[in-house]
Design a protein around this ligand. Structure first.
Ligand code: 3SL
Length: 237
């Protein structure tokens, strides 16, 4: 029976064997939520890159839009920041365009996960799409939490618990890793009122101080985009 495991931070990835597995990269606030929102709203594909210079170069090379964030703020000189509303508010026309994206933690986590058999982007917004992909693959699943600068973060782990709960219902083993058990416990505590539970998290406090709290509420919607599955292919999602 395939297993579900969780890596709490990209800094711990060296402890995991990725070949043969499906990796689900998650950065609820906000990189993976924004990537899902982008692709659900007409963006053709996303180039997730670690460095700002690479993001800028891809913009020039492919004539695509660029989106970048550092320390929670939109980086200067790019078309978009890291708010999902950048793909919804119509200020920048995104439909039919590709976007190169670089963020503090999320795009790094993704680039460090590429040794897996398949790498997908997960968020509460597309939880069911991730569940259905994992069910179809029937391989071990590793949730890679982007965290914050190498440290554990609550909202990515709670997402891992939500995913594990759904995969348990379709026969995945969610009992052989303490990380998964911990994530399931957190999900059980959070599930009834996710925004209220996650108000405690350090990243929510960080976003609130940047007046990005509407992003927080948006990113916690379950299954708003149930058919959007960003899947890594060669150099893009
Ligand atoms: O670190 C990241 O990848 C970002 O998602 C962080 S923020 O939500 O834009 O602050």
């Amino acid at each position: 029976m395939p297993q579900v495991d969780l890596c709490f931070s990209p800094e711990l990835l060296a402890l995991y064997h990725l070949p043969g597995k499906v990796v689900v990269v998650v950065d609820i606030l906000r990189a993976t939520s924004s990537i899902v929102t982008a692709l659900a709203n007409g963006v053709t594909h996303v180039f997730p890159v670690a460095e700002l210079a690479e993001c800028r170069a891809l913009g020039e090379q492919h004539g695509c839009l660029t989106a970048a964030e550092r320390d929670g703020r939109a980086a200067a000189g790019f078309d978009l920041g890291n708010s999902p509303f950048g793909y919804l508010d119509g200020v920048v026309e995104v439909k039919g365009r590709a976007v190169a994206i670089s963020t503090t933690n999320g795009t790094h986590a993704l680039r460090r996960s590429l040794a897996a058999d398949a790498v997908v982007v997960g968020a509460f917004l597309n939880l069911q799409a991730v569940v259905e992909f994992a069910e179809a693959q029937q391989k071990d699943v590793l949730v890679v939490c982007a965290g914050w600068k190498g440290q554990f973060c609550l909202e990515d782990t709670v997402f891992g618990g939500a995913l594990a709960a759904r995969l348990a219902a379709s026969g995945f083993d969610v009992t052989s890793s303490d990380a998964t058990l911990a994530a399931l416990h957190l999900w059980e505590r959070a599930e009834a009122d996710l925004p209220a539970y996650l108000l405690q998290s350090s990243h929510v406090r960080r976003l609130n101080s940047l007046e990005a709290n509407k992003d927080f509420v948006f990113c916690l919607q379950l299954d708003a985009y149930p058919h959007t599955l960003p899947l890594w292919r060669t150099d893009r999602l």
